[in-house]
Design a protein around this ligand. Structure first.
Ligand code: TXA
Ligand code: MG
Length: 336
């Protein structure tokens, strides 16, 4: 593709005008940055898939400013989706609904259903309200790489491939929305996210939990989960504790010099402190699982920028956002 001149913006009405004109604009949300395009414009969407290098069988989430705009996106609003949105919108929730014909088929990869999200981020809401159109927005990263949570990382991936980046304030959560399919007999969790299963079940007690084994299954109803995701260039190893990471990092080397070289080529992140932290190429100890979720994608980027080959990540407990973080860690560590 011919390189574009990607501009950095703070002006929401300028960003909205670019989207209305069929352009591609990355913008912050409370989860991760999205790469927006008009969901009713075939040409804009074709450019979006090309810019990300996204497989065409992976559907996009459609974003609007307020819940009452749902008729622009969906043909019907199942009762359970209404209850979920009443409790969690605006926020890090995507509900899968019957698709409205005005949303292009490429958005939903030919499916008769569509993901709807109302983000709760000041600039995202203002942008969507100004545009007035439903905006398809996958995470603003090259396909397969960790999602972008800072405008600098978004530029690193997409400079020259999109029209603009709206800088805005930070993504407070750091991992993507919870996706719930509301089109079947019982609602089903397709992707764990910031809103936990327990929270969802306060509104939808019959909600079927996410089955990790389904994630790589060709029959999985969230087609995007089939593809490799969130993978840095470094090889990711998951461990249960910092001491397990320390042991594994020490195993490889025969001499002291070899060990020193090997440790400089390793990174660690987790909730416990690694005793080897000062010898490693990079190390991060997070104070909470929320901070871990918030910083994890960016830490993988840092590790890659430093050219470090091995990244050891401690699995957190699966309470609250820990379930979603474990899901992303597992995908980051799955074979490339
Ligand atoms: O937090 C988020 O959801 C971010 C921000 C930008 O909103 N967006 C995001 O988009 O994570 P993306 O494209 O990286 O992930 C979309 C996920 C994929 O797993 C996709 O398969 C699923 O949503 N999805 C979208 N439409 C669907 C549909 N109709 N049926 C089932 N799954 C769907
Ligand atoms: Mg993504």
């Amino acid at each position: 593709m011919t390189p574009l001149n990607t501009i950095l913006l703070d002006d929401i009405s300028h960003a909205a005008a670019i989207l209305r004109g069929g352009g591609l604009v990355a913008f912050p949300t409370e989860t991760v940055f999205g790469l927006g395009a008009d969901a009713t414009n075939e040409q804009a969407l074709a450019r979006l898939f090309a810019a990300k290098g996204r497989p065409s069988d992976n559907p996009l989430i459609v974003h609007v400013a307020a819940v009452d705009q749902w008729p622009q996106v969906a043909r019907a609003m199942p009762k359970v989706a209404e209850r979920l949105l009443a409790k969690f919108a605006p926020g890090p929730l995507t509900v899968v609904l019957p698709k409205h014909p005005s949303i292009c088929n490429v958005v939903t990869a030919g499916l008769d259903t569509v993901g709807l999200r109302i983000p709760n981020h000041p600039q995202a809401r203002a942008l969507l309200a100004d545009v007035g159109l439903p905006i398809a927005a996958p995470s603003a990263n090259r396909s397969g790489l960790p999602s972008g949570t800072t405008w600098q990382t978004v530029l690193e991936d997409l400079d020259g491939r999109i029209d603009a980046v709206l800088r805005g304030s930070t993504c407070t959560i750091g991992i993507e929305s919870t996706v719930v399919d509301c089109t079947g007999d019982s609602p089903r969790l397709l992707r764990p996210g910031a809103i936990s299963l327990a929270e969802l079940q306060t509104v939808a007690p019959d909600l079927i939990a996410f089955v990790p084994d389904d994630a790589c299954n060709q029959q999985a109803n969230s087609p995007g989960l089939r593809h490799p995701h969130y993978q840095p260039a470094a090889v990711v190893h998951l461990v249960n504790s910092a001491s397990e990471a320390d042991q594994k990092m020490k195993l490889h080397s025969k001499s002291a010099t070899q060990l020193e070289q090997h440790l400089a080529n390793c990174a660690y992140c987790g909730l416990d402190e690694s005793k080897l932290a000062s010898y490693l190429g990079a190390a991060r100890r997070f104070r909470s699982v929320e901070e871990y979720a918030h910083e994890f994608y960016e830490f993988m980027r840092v590790v890659d920028r430093l050219g470090i080959q091995y990244l050891f990540c401690q699995r957190p407990a699966t309470r609250g956002i820990g379930a979603a973080l474990n899901d992303r860690l597992t995908r980051a560590a799955s074979p490339k």
